[in-house]
Each structure stands twice: as structure tokens, then as C-alpha cells.
Design a protein around this ligand. Structure first.
Ligand code: ADP
Length: 498
């Protein structure tokens, strides 16, 4: 082995979205806060992401042009600018190509997404090889949009000295989204058609190419966002066709539970909520509840348990169970408030409930960050009966606000919520095992029973939930251990957990 050196390990964190620039889901929260925690834990970190047209102007105008070059993409050479902005002490680099990334509306969902993110992945490799400040020891890729980085690095860049010792970590945030395209992309976009090893590892069905499969085969280490999900990925039910690869690569697969941004999500200092409170004194949480009931047009009654749900309205989130149980919950005097956007049929169903259940049920079909803060603060319970949930952030945020989660025992929900144990008094929420609406309703109504009849236990559970540590520090240390596993010649700059 080469001589060992003590220095900061250099990590290039590649993601397709990051808070505060652009967000569609939990990945953006992770990319917005993990790098900062990695920096504190002793890594030298830079983040690279696309420069989307809809990044707020206040950020775009501060970006500094660092470099530009052309990226070879099969038969074309495509312009790529690299712009830089330091935010909260972390250097963010933006891959600029207006034809790909300056679009109206959402950041995903275009006919050429396969080409857009192949370009992004190739641009990352090209940037590592050309821009000295992006030279790194590890590229940390996230989800299918960056999945071709390890493939390109190995097949096209391994002869380039600065790329030779770059290792790749690939993190699976959700295996449902894999980036699967017609095999025409091999010759038309990826330029890999004459490399049999690549062709072999990218093919998934007879005539389609799967970007994530490439990452799972080519990366040096694979992580996912909770230990339970790391186990689930190896099962056919959860693996979405990739389970044989996860089983084959089980030695390289690590589950690390995400954290949350404890500065953004802090009931003591949260500027979006009317009454701040903390774990020592929750009295003012009641005022947030009253205001939330008022805002949603729900009966302003402190004795009604207010169940909030915040998230994408898709099948993944177990909404079928909620729809089935809604009538029963309404009859029992539970209030439900939902914030989310997603599949048309789900949106329609919750709009319908809103219209028929008067002051008991309300749905806001929107993406509204400020409202989500008010809901985390004003709710009594947060319901998250997901069919699968790689990590889930909402339940952790809810706990931080003393809003007790009711979750199905899957993925990160299982790893982050300690179910109430009536014998020991332990717990930070409530959980149930099966995708069964009656089981979910029972679990939720049992929680409500405690809310109605045992205020002391309720208050204790709230305090326990608020005291749980969901900061990024623990996760950052675990990621750093993994980076160093890939580079045993680099000695950790900071001691673990110092
Ligand atoms: P996923 O990544 O599957 O979408 P997570 O629970 O991991 O789910 O993360 C979702 C994040 O997005 C949370 O921070 C949640 O508060 C936020 N969020 C989801 N939907 C909305 C919405 N409609 N309005 C505001 N915030 C939302």
C-alpha cells in the first residue's frame, strides 16, 4: 500500500437537487445538509449539481464562472460551464448547459431526461479531470441521475492521472426510480456500444438500459439511507428487480440513516411558526394547533387529535390505507390535515374527502414549505403508513416538533421511530407491521386513546421524541468511515465522533 498520509479526504458530492437551490423531495434535503456535516466531521467537500433555470435568481446572480469545456456524448460535443457559489460554508458547483437545464416547470419529467442526466454524469467526470479544485478521492453519487458516473469514470477516464484513484460511492435514495431507457441510448448518447463489459452490465431487459444497474455494478461501495432498507433492497418485494444485484454486492452495501437539518427544523427558533417552543416547555404548541385548525377550517377544539400528513401523494406513501380508513377515523372524532402533491387520482381522492368531511378533514394540494412547518408544529400526530420508505424525513421532523409519528415498520421508519411500549414507557411514536388499513387504523386510534385519556404519558412521549438525536453528525461520521474504507492510505483527519 502507498505511504499513509493524514489529510482531509476530498469528496465530490454529486446530486440532481439540493436545498436551498431546488427541491422535489428528500434527496434535496440530504444534499443540502449532509455536505456541511461532512465538512464538520473532517472531510473536504464540494457539491456538484445542474444549474437549473428555476434556481432562484438571488443565488444565480452570485454564481462565479470557473471553467467551461465541451463534454463528449457519443457523436456530439456538448458545451458545459462550471459555476461556483459558496453557501453556508460549502462550495457548490453548477453544471451549466441551458439546452438541458433551463426549462420551464419541473426539473424532471422531460422526454430527454436520459440524455440530460447522462450529460450531467459525463460532465462530472470531465470536470474532475479538468478543474483542479474538483479533483477528489471519492465521488459520492446519488440516485439514477448520477448513476453513470462510475461507468464513465471506469470506461473513459481511467487512464487520466487525476481520475485513476477516484473511488465511487453510490447512494440509493429510492430504488423505484432507476433511469431506464431504450438501448438506443448506448450508441446515441452514452457512446458505450463497443464496450462489451459496459453493455453487459447496463442491459436490464432485452432492449432497455438501466442507469442504476450500471452504478450498482460499477461503484466501489453502495450505501442506502437506512439499515432496514439495506436489508429490504435484497428482497424481491422491495428490490424492484435489482435485488439479485444487491444480494451479490451485499458486502459492499451499507445502510446509514439520514439526519435532518436541525437548524432549519427547530421549534424553538422556527420563523414559520407563530408560537415557538422547546422540549422543556411545550405549552405553546397548543397555540400552533389552534392556528392550524383555523387555517385549515377545522373545528378549533384542543381535544380533537389532529393528524397531519405531509408528502408526495403517491402509492409509495400507503395512501390506499388512509383512503380506506378515512370514514372510520372521521367517525371517531379524529381530524386529518393533508399537504401534498402527486398522482392525479390521489389528489382527487383527498380533495373529495376535504369536500365531504367539513370541519374534520382538510387537504391542501400544493407544495408549501412554510405551511409544512406550521403543520409539523401544529399537529398532534403525523401519519406515514408507507408501503416502503427508504429513510423518510417527515417522521423525524415531526418528532423534533413533538408531533408523534404513526408509521408502518419499513425502511427508515422502522429505524427512526421507537414504538411506544406501555410496560416500560419507552417510545417516540407508534408503529404497525402490515400493509393493512384496519391495522393502521387500530394503531392510530390506540395513539388517540392515549391522547384522550393519558395526558401524562402523551407528554412523556412528546419529550422523548423531541430529545431523539436526528442530527447529521452521526450519519456524517458513518459516511466518513465508508470513504476511508475506500482509501485506507488516507488517515482520518479528525478522530471519529470528536
Ligand atoms: P420523499 O423523499 O419520499 O419525498 P421524505 O419524507 O424523505 O419523502 O422527504 C420529503 C420532504 O419533502 C420533507 O422535508 C417534507 O416536509 C417535504 N415535503 C413533501 N411534500 C411537501 C409539500 N407538499 N409541501 C412542503 N413540503 C413537502
Amino acid at each position: 500500500m502507498a505511504d499513509r498520509v493524514r489529510r482531509k479526504i476530498r469528496v465530490l458530492f454529486a446530486a440532481s437537487e439540493a436545498v436551498p437551490f431546488v427541491k422535489t423531495g428528500g434527496l434535496a434535503d440530504v444534499a443540502g445538509s449532509l455536505p456541511r456535516a461532512l465538512k464538520h466531521a473532517g472531510a473536504k467537500v464540494a457539491v456538484i449539481m445542474p444549474k437549473y433555470g428555476n434556481i432562484p435568481w438571488e443565488y444565480q446572480e452570485k454564481m462565479e464562472h470557473i471553467s467551461d469545456f465541451y463534454v463528449p456524448l457519443a457523436w456530439r460535443n456538448v458545451y458545459c460551464g462550471i459555476e461556483k457559489l459558496t453557501f453556508n460554508g460549502v462550495d457548490f458547483y453548477f453544471v451549466d448547459n441551458e439546452a438541458y437545464f433551463k426549462r420551464d416547470g419541473s426539473i424532471y419529467g422531460y422526454f430527454d431526461d436520459g440524455e440530460r442526466y447522462a450529460f450531467f454524469s459525463k460532465a462530472i467526470c470531465e470536470a474532475i479531470s479538468r478543474v483542479p479544485e474538483l479533483a477528489c478521492d471519492v465521488v459520492h453519487c446519488n440516485d439514477w441521475q448520477t448513476a453513470l458516473v462510475p461507468v464513465f469514470l471506469r470506461e473513459f477516464y481511467r487512464e487520466i492521472p487525476v481520475c485513476q484513484n477516484v473511488k465511487v460511492m453510490f447512494t440509493v435514495h429510492n430504488v423505484k426510480f432507476q433511469g431506464q431507457y431504450s438501448d438506443k441510448v448506448l450508441s446515441d448518447v452514452l457512446g458505450l456500444e463497443n464496450i462489451p463489459a459496459a453493455v453487459d452490465q447496463l442491459y436490464c431487459d432485452r432492449d432497455s438500459i438501466n442507469y442504476m444497474k450500471g452504478a450498482l455494478c460499477y461503484s466501489d461501495i453502495i450505501t442506502t439511507v437506512s439499515p432496514t432498507y439495506a436489508g429490504e433492497l435484497q428482497m424481491p418485494f422491495y428490490g424492484e428487480g435489482m435485488d439479485p444485484i444487491f444480494r451479490r454486492r451485499a458486502d459492499a452495501l451499507v445502510g446509514i440513516l439520514n439526519g435532518i437539518d436541525t437548524i432549519d427544523w427547530n421549534p424553538k427558533t422556527d420563523k414559520f411558526i407563530a408560537a415557538n417552543y422547546d422540549v422543556k416547555d411545550l405549552a405553546d404548541k397548543a397555540e400552533n394547533k389552534r392556528l392550524l385548525q383555523e387555517e385549515f377550517g377545522l373545528a378549533q377544539d384542543p381535544d380533537r387529535p389532529l393528524v397531519v400528513m405531509i408528502g408526495r401523494l403517491t402509492n409509495q406513501k400507503g395512501l390506499g390505507l388512509v383512503r380506506y380508513a378515512m370514514g372510520q377515523l372521521m367517525e371517531r372524532g379524529v381530524q386529518v390535515a393533508i399537504l401534498g402533491t402527486g398522482d392525479a387520482d390521489q389528489e382527487e381522492a383527498f380533495r373529495y374527502f376535504d369536500s365531504v368531511y367539513g370541519d374534520k378533514m382538510a387537504a391542501r394540494i400544493a407544495f408549501d414549505n412554510a405551511l409544512s412547518h406550521r403543520m409539523y408544529a401544529g399537529g398532534d400526530l403525523l401519519l406515514m403508513p408507507s408501503e416502503f420508505e427508504p429513510c423518510g424525513l417527515s417522521q423525524m421532523i415531526a418528532m423534533r416538533y413533538g408531533t408523534l409519528p404513526v408509521v408502518r415498520e419499513t425502511g427508515g421508519l422502522k429505524d427512526s421511530v421507537a414504538p411506544y411500549n406501555q410496560y416500560t414507557g419507552e417510545g417516540t411514536g407508534f408503529s404497525f407491521a402490515n400493509m393493512n388499513a384496519d391495522e393502521m387504523a387500530n394503531c392510530l386510534l390506540n395513539a388517540c386513546e392515549i391522547f384522550w385519556t393519558d395526558k401524562e404519558t402523551w407528554a412523556k412521549l412528546q419529550k422523548q421524541a423531541m430529545a431523539a438525536d436526528f442530527s447529521w453528525k452521526r450519519a456524517a461520521n458513518d459516511y466518513l468511515d465508508c470513504y476511508h474504507r475506500l482509501h485506507p492510505e488516507i488517515i482520518r483527519y479528525n478522530k471519529r465522533r470528536d
